[in-house]
Write a protein that binds this ligand. Structure first.
Ligand SMILES: NC(=O)c1ccc[n+]([C@@H]2O[C@H](COP(=O)([O-])OP(=O)(O)OC[C@H]3O[C@@H](n4cnc5c(N)ncnc54)[C@H](OP(=O)(O)O)[C@@H]3O)[C@@H](O)[C@H]2O)c1
Length: 217
């Protein structure tokens, strides 16, 4: 049985946990305040879930999900994630997280920064342009919506493509991480995701026509 270590137990972390458990995974999930604060979530998720610290969740996972906003100073357990595929669900929200100058200038994407913070992990951008509450119920076995995936590691793209498929989504490979801004907040892909997602052709088209937005816009 495959275990997913999920760091972040808010909207995204809890919904990915729910979808994963429904598809036969076990999950170990963490927040910032400690496992004792996750009793209610674990009761709702059932016997295939347990709460842990972030380091324990990272260590337990065959692969991991970071469902936590990026910080400029790394607060994610790098050692426990060494060598693992790590799905990063982060969206850049300067109003929430503050400005990151290298992202604002277009020099780097937030996911490249995450890859720098976790250099021995294989970062893959995933689940960023779907509203978390719709992730579980919206999926269907074939057809729209499709989801984008970006990574510098082909094996990480393969894993996410398989996971999307298991959850009922098809995928479009928008690698490498330096191209991942094309599905970020403010882009056509992002706007369409707020209206229920997009089919394969629309996603390909929307990724292609994206223009890099300055964070102030
Ligand atoms: N919400 C959506 O629909 C959506 C969709 C796609 C992508 N995203 C992106 O996904 C990320 C997570 O969003 P969200 O909506 O799930 O946020 P959220 O509801 O605010 O939840 C964030 C979670 O992260 C935990 N956390 C924060 N810092 C941590 C740390 N250092 N170690 C362990 N846990 C930590 C929080 O724990 P505490 O509560 O204990 O502090 C909380 O459980 C964001 O970057 C967001 O932009 C969101």
């Amino acid at each position: 049985m495959t275990t997913i270590g999920i760091i972040g137990a808010g909207e995204v972390g809890s919904q990915i946990a729910r979808a994963a458990i429904a598809n036969g995974y076990t999950v170990v999930i963490a927040n910032s305040r400690g496992p004792e604060t996750l009793t209610r979530l674990i009761a709702g998720l059932g016997a295939s879930a347990r709460a842990a610290t972030a380091a324990e969740a990272a260590a337990a996972g065959d692969f991991a999900v970071i469902a936590v906003p990026l910080k400029l100073i790394n607060d994610i357990p790098a050692q426990e994630l060494a060598g693992k595929i790590v799905l990063d669900t982060n969206n850049y929200m300067p109003g929430r997280d503050g400005h990151f100058p290298v992202v604002d200038s277009g020099e780097k994407t937030v996911h490249e920064l995450r890859q720098e913070q976790l250099p021995t992990s294989k970062i893959v951008k995933a689940f960023t342009h779907i509203q978390a509450p719709t992730l579980f119920g919206f999926a269907r076995p074939a057809g729209s919506p499709d989801l984008a995936v970006s990574s510098d590691h082909p094996e990480a793209v393969s894993l996410v493509t398989g996971l999307y498929d298991t959850f009922g989504y098809d995928s479009v490979d928008n690698s490498p991480l330096s191209e991942s801004w094309r599905s970020g907040p403010g882009t056509p892909v992002w706007h369409r995701s707020l209206m229920g997602g997009q089919s394969h052709d629309a996603l390909v088209r929307n990724l292609a026509v994206a223009t890099r937005l300055r964070a102030e816009q």
